[in-house]
Design a binder for this molecule. Sequence first.
Ligand SMILES: Cc1cc2nc3c(=O)[nH]c(=O)nc-3n(C[C@H](O)[C@H](O)[C@H](O)COP(=O)(O)OP(=O)(O)OC[C@H]3O[C@@H](n4cnc5c(N)ncnc54)[C@H](O)[C@@H]3O)c2cc1C
Length: 339
Amino acid sequence: MNAKIKGPIAIYYIKRRIGAQREVFSVKSKTYDVVIVGAGPAGLTAGIFAIRRALKIIILHDPGCRPTPNEATIVDDWIGTPHITGTRLMKKFRKHAELMGVPIEGEKVKGIEKAKDGFRIIGEGGVFEAKTVILATGAMHRRAEVPGEKEFTGRGVFYCANCEGPFFRGKKVLIAGGGDTAATYALLLHQIGADTILIHRRDELRAVESYRKQLANSKVRIIWNSIIKEIKGGKFVKSVVVEDLKTHKLTELPMDGVFIAIGSVPMSEMVKGLDVKVNPAGYIAVDKEGRTNVPGLFAAGDIADNPTKRIVTACADGSKAAEAAYMYVQEKKLMAGKK
Ligand SMILES: Cc1cc2nc3c(=O)[nH]c(=O)nc-3n(C[C@H](O)[C@H](O)[C@H](O)COP(=O)(O)OP(=O)(O)OC[C@H]3O[C@@H](n4cnc5c(N)ncnc54)[C@H](O)[C@@H]3O)c2cc1C
């Protein structure tokens, strides 16, 4: 706990924490008011709001999949902490949730089923029961689905320049994509000192104006109207074959690294059996409070079909979903009392 917090507030936090830990030890035998899946900005905020409503909750998160802000070298748009690394910001979020007594357990969720009084959440290590579920599992990087991509993933093919970019100082790298992520990756790798090329399937980037300007003023080379056809190498990546979509000409470029930044796909596999409404891209359809079409199931953050995918919007979604889950649990209690 923060050493600066003293007196009754400190005692309050310690009691909450001990209470939360007790819950975690007996977790698998209990039914929860809310199970939150995901410990990113959306899930942790939902946890804080739900615990303040005295709901019996637990956050389950995949320990092999870090929350996305860890990929951000610098987060400049989270108010109150300008110029903070994504990893540091996430540490602060998690610590805050733990201080509030939010129980957080490493558990990859494989499926969610309907049960008599809510939902059954099937994790790799156990089964959990809950009246409501808040899905806050975010989205993962879309794959280019080209020969060599799978084979060289981790051996020259990567999806996070903020994570692996620093290994490419003085090397040749290719970034695929045309949005904000691709633009930031290209600028970062260029700044690191890599010989950087950006490849985009169209003749204009989708990235915001400021990134486009920075790229135009940098030495990053852009290959327009082209795609990656194949990634080749031995133990590691050695070259990339690119296709010009206008002329269909194939060119093989010597390359040390490839960063794929062509969008993301929602992590919604686990609710496939629940008939949840999704948009054409697979993101979960929610109303303004984070309710899905399945009663008792809520979604928050990048997994939901909200247009803005940022930390601040994920947190806002998490808070609203927790409040909606609270209302749902209260209504169920009232209904049960009337019977
Ligand atoms: C390179 C990069 C830079 C970015 N920079 C910024 C920025 O500067 N500012 C900004 O506002 N936004 C930024 N973003 C976007 C921001 O990171 C996301 O919008 C935000 O993290 C979404 O939060 P979330 O809680 O919905 O999902 P996530 O942060 O992705 O968290 C998902 C959670 O779900 C868990 N999970 C996934 N699957 C399972 C499963 N099967 N079982 C259990 N748990 C599971 C994961 O372990 C994780 O804890 C950036 C994104 C990227 C990729």
